[in-house]
Design a protein around this ligand. Structure first.
Ligand code: GLU
Length: 291
């Protein structure tokens, strides 16, 4: 077997909390038991919300936890041109289309349809799917609006994309952290509708840059929280469309707050920096997350 390659890929838009600690420590443990490599990737494409201070905090927290990662660390904001070239391929192959509707226009379209008794479909996160109107715009009309400087995002034409691939689409999900057994999960990207592939102001999106980098960094195992399980369907579709290798996935349990809710980056009492300042040790953090 080739050397397994793992990655921990936080976004520096807040402080790391116990949930991140669990994910990073679990990756590190799987690296250790499999004789693999540990890469750290900074997912900072959202340049307005990500800051160098939060990035420095990530390095500090992970080092404190005793995690070792390879250098250099890949910082996504240094590689926009790599994602842009993948986007251009999707544009050329007419797999994405310019989506012009503002939030208000989307809301209005949904309200109108619901008034007529229709139930608007929602994605697994509960967000209404993007209306189909822009997909039907004639080519000349699209060109005219782009030339007129109208803001737009590139969205995946999920139906068209799926029709070009042999069904079924699936990904490999490990059964546990031992890397010994796995099962195939059928991917249903259509439940997300036409997702954003490049935003108005940034030539990429989370989904595009994550599949680009997982391939570029030869990641063999993506170990991350259950909250990203459903999103894997889109990433798997993009891998197939772009001819990128597909890693195996392990979506681990989430660390929840005492009320059973997912931790958020704004909850200071579970922030690693705060816990450290309050005198907690790295050993205690491991115990707190059950590792
Ligand atoms: N950057 C993402 C986050 O912080 C994680 C992406 C991934 O692991 O695929 O939630």
């Amino acid at each position: 077997m080739n050397t397994p390659v793992f990655r921990f890929a936080p976004s520096p838009n807040g402080e790391l909390h116990l949930g991140h600690a669990y994910s990073a420590l679990l990756n590190a443990r799987m690296v250790e038991t499999s004789g693999g490599r540990f890469l750290l990737r900074i997912e900072d494409i959202d340049v307005t919300r990500c800051t160098p201070e939060f990035e420095a905090g990530i390095f500090r927290d992970l080092a404190w936890l005793g995690i070792e990662w390879e250098q250099p660390v890949r910082r996504q904001s240094d590689h926009f041109e790599a994602y842009e070239s993948l986007l251009q391929r999707l544009i050329r192959e007419e797999l994405v289309y310019p989506a012009f509707m503002s939030r208000g226009e989307i809301r209005a379209a949904i309200a109108e349809s619901e008034q007529q008794g229709g139930v608007w479909p929602r994605d697994p996160d509960g967000v209404p799917l993007y209306p189909a109107a822009d997909k039907r715009l004639p080519h000349a009309e699209r060109q005219r609006r782009i030339a007129a400087g109208e803001p737009f995002a590139w969205r995946l034409d999920t139906e068209a994309a799926l029709s070009r691939l042999p069904a079924p689409l699936s990904w490999t999900e490990l059964d546990d952290e031992s890397l010994t057994t796995s099962h195939e999960v059928e991917a249903c990207p259509q439940q997300w509708g036409d997702v954003v592939i490049a935003r108005k102001d940034i030539p990429t999106s989370y989904h595009l840059s994550v599949v680009a980098d997982d391939a570029l960094q030869d990641i063999s195992h993506v170990v991350r929280g259950r909250d990203l399980y459903q999103a894997t369907a889109i990433q798997c579709l993009l891998q197939r469309l772009l001819g990128l290798p597909a890693p195996a996935y392990f979506h681990h349990r989430l660390i929840l707050d005492p009320d059973g809710r997912k931790l958020s980056k704004s909850e200071r009492d579970t922030g690693l920096a705060t816990l450290r300042e309050n005198g907690r040790t790295a050993v205690e953090i491991r115990r707190m997350v059950g590792l």
